[in-house]
Design a protein around this ligand. Sequence first.
Ligand SMILES: *Cc1c(COP(=O)(O)O)cnc(C)c1O
Length: 398
Amino acid sequence: MSQLAERVKNIKPSPTLAIEAKAKKMKAEGVDVVGFGAGEPDFDTPENIKEAGIRAIREGHTKYTAVPGTDELKDAVIAKFKRDNGLDYKRSEIIVSCGAKHSLYNIAQVLFQGGDDVLIPAPYWVSYPDQVILNDANPVIVPTREENNFLLTPELLAKAITPRTKAVVINSPSNPTGSGYSRAALEKIAAVAVERDLIVISDEIYEKLVYDDFTHLSIASLGDEIKSRTIVVNGVSKAYAMTGWRIGYAAGPENIISAMSKVQSQSTSNPSSVAQKATVEALNGPQDFIPGMIAEFSRRRKYMVERLNAIPGITCRMPVGAFYAFPSVSALFGKKVGERVINNSGDLAAYLLEDSKVALVSGDAFGAEGYVRLSYATSMENIKKGLDRIEEAVSRLA
Ligand SMILES: *Cc1c(COP(=O)(O)O)cnc(C)c1O
């Protein structure tokens, strides 16, 4: 059928959500699948936050709110930016949306149009290119190198800029690589962005999930010049295990935020009033849930990376943030098992799922053929079981 608009034909459904759905379906059919596809914490939302949501319903906070979020929540977001990032914003520079993904989509809607190029370092989070395409602009993928921890360098950035370039997307800590930018690295990128008049979209959703001695820094905090051209995106999904509540937010120049609010007023209106109340509690309430989650993620991370590196043909860097391992698997390409030849990451992912019932995401979904992504947002027991299976399956390749 040809009723569909052109722009829809040019995008694909989120591949990470698709693999999760496939694993869930297999599980429901009674197949013993180990899922490494998860893009969300396996922890439950903390009790105090759930209670705040329940209280919000009881107290009648069940009606429309202001489109860009309540003043109470905006103030909690403002306090968070001050406390965690040393950033000062006014209410008019904050918008609350239905998840960070929605904030990012609003940004794409108000900034991009036909003829615009948007620089996206690869490996990238799956939605960035498609959100650009949905707004008639052109995603320009900038490949990074594993040797450089998959980070965008000022040289790569400068080389990719043309007169059509409007913005660059930075994601630190990164999904899928688990890498994060140091202050020095961000300073150099900020200098290029200022000099070449680029808008920076900084996705900081994994800010709280950092390990060892890595500290997160917001590029917007490096000075007024870079702040005035950066939109910071964050949310509660990852830090507070609140993916289903659908609350994210963005901070940036007033004219951009107010345009986003206008778009939001004609699309979703306000994000859920109940979830907004729960988010006030998440941001203003006790933060003691987070260190325990970090400690558990860190333990799993080390175990997973160690096990992966012990498998001949697989190498994996130690991530400093988020909850993903992103090993290189290209040394396995060309190997066979029976009739099956593993020629790329997708072949390996299909082999592991069909043969060994392990779900992971092929690197090409993130613009990085030669790699696969495994989430460690699943129990240690599952991680052990899944890695045993991967080890066994790879050992049968010859
Ligand atoms: C999970 C994720 C998001 C979206 O989070 P929501 O607030 O749940 O929409 C955005 N960016 C990255 C890199 C993510 O991994």
